[in-house]
Write a protein that binds this ligand. Structure first.
Ligand code: ZN
Ligand code: ZN
Length: 251
């Protein structure tokens, strides 16, 4: 299994980080987890064959997780993509899809076949030898999903956006790699939206993943990298990494 970090930033502008996107390649299948602004460019920079991607999972419909989807579709069309693109997302996909295809960009509907699957809170989707399991996250008022991808005894979990959440901890338990958001530093923040380094330390203590990748990082978190990694790692022996755009991990 190979994991490519395409976008590791947030909606705050950052010269080194674009918005959310992770590509997972396993068992001959390429699947994209989120496709925020800049992810299309990062895919071309990383040398990914866009036409090899047949499955796109969108965790939720905040702009930084889905805004490159249509640009991606347009590129696939121009590249002569002749397959059906499978899109999986929470229930809000219905409204989002109507707005995009019926109102904003109706011409795109005929250019590319997109099969849409609405994700329940705890879906299990089999893609050949790869299994993707979902869990609901706690993220403001939007329905959102975390994903666990498993193949050949290896597993990665992608939290997407979430405050500390029992369902995500359960999904992440024992994963080889936990890619978890850490949007902001410890401090006084709205409840039920994002995770701070101290909160992530508790999550890691409970989930016991083999490795932790701190993801969805705002500039204030990047500026305190050393301190953030020490905080997240204080209750675990697992390796703690700060995600970087275009970083890859193999397992
Ligand atoms: Zn969000
Ligand atoms: Zn986000």
């Amino acid at each position: 299994m190979k994991v490519s970090f395409l976008g590791t930033g947030t909606s705050l502008p950052d010269p080194d980080r674009v918005q959310s996107g992770v590509l997972v390649e396993a068992g001959g299948i390429s699947l994209l987890l989120d496709v925020g602004s800049g992810v299309l460019q990062r895919m071309t920079q990383s040398g990914v064959d866009l036409t090899s991607i047949e499955h796109v999972f969108i965790s939720h419909f905040h702009i930084d997780h889905c805004s490159d989807f249509l640009s991606f579709c347009q590129s696939l069309w121009l590249l002569g993509y002749n397959k059906t693109l499978e899109l999986y997302a929470p229930p809000r996909m219905r409204e989002w899809s109507r707005g995009m295809y019926d109102i904003a960009f109706p011409y795109l509907r005929e250019k590319l076949l997109v099969e849409k699957t609405v994700l329940k809170e705890d879906d299990v989707i089999h893609l050949g030898p790869v299994v993707v399991s979902t869990a609901p996250t706690t993220h403001s008022t939007l329905e959102s999903r975390a994903f666990r991808v498993e193949h050949d005894g290896k597993s990665i979990v992608y939290s997407s956006d979430t405050a500390p959440c029992r369902e995500v901890i359960e999904l992440a338990t024992g994963a080889d790699i936990l890619i978890h958001e850490c949007n902001w530093l410890d401090g006084d923040h709205p409840k039920g939206v994002h995770t701070s380094p101290s909160e992530l330390a508790e999550i890691v203590e409970h989930a016991e993943p083999g490795k932790v990748v701190i993801n969805h990082i705002s500039p204030e978190v990047v500026a305190k990298e050393k301190q953030v990694k020490a905080t997240v790692g204080r209750r675990t022996r697992a390796e703690v990494i700060l995600a970087q755009d275009l970083m890859t991990l193999s397992l």
